[in-house]
Design a protein around this ligand. Structure first.
Ligand SMILES: [Zn+2]
Length: 151
């Protein structure tokens, strides 16, 4: 961990002005504050974690938003079957990604706006998932009633 500064410089946010600088600098090129090697390495690690949190968050977002699409398509004849399977997979995958995100990235100490956005979007994703369970139960119940009436 100690010699991380010797490898490729890594990006982090200046603790004084919040601009993005890297670990190769001895002082911030924006505000001129002295950069402590250890602190900057630590900050770069946080920044890397924030980056992962954002990309994992976007996978979760895509997974959650694909659920209603897959569900709607599953009612279309011929292609519906595959979409139905995609829906099942997404319904399993989304809460796994949600739990994984919160196990890996809870409360990172950063002012990074993207991290806050990623955090907020995990809740939107799990809300979509929860809403889709309700929709699925309602539609299934309705279909059961309709089928019984027809017979
Ligand atoms: Zn600065």
């Amino acid at each position: 961990m100690a010699n991380l500064n010797l490898s490729t410089p890594r990006v982090f946010q200046c603790p004084a002005c919040g601009e993005f600088i890297n670990t190769a600098m001895t002082e911030c090129k924006f505000c001129g504050v002295a950069v402590d090697a250890e602190a900057s390495t630590q900050a770069a690690e946080v920044q890397a974690k924030v980056g992962n949190a954002c990309s994992d968050g976007s996978y979760l977002k895509i997974s959650a938003r694909a659920i209603p699409v897959a569900y709607a398509v599953s009612f279309i004849p011929l292609i519906g079957g595959a979409a139905g399977w995609a829906w099942v997979i997404l319904m399993i995958l989304t809460p796994i990604l949600f739990v994984r995100w919160w196990m890996k990235y809870p409360g990172i100490q950063t002012n990074d706006a993207d991290y806050k956005k990623a955090k907020a979007s995990t809740w939107v994703s799990i809300a979509i998932w929860g809403a889709m369970i309700v929709v699925w139960l309602l539609v299934s119940a309705l279909l059961a009633i309709v089928l019984r009436t027809i017979q």
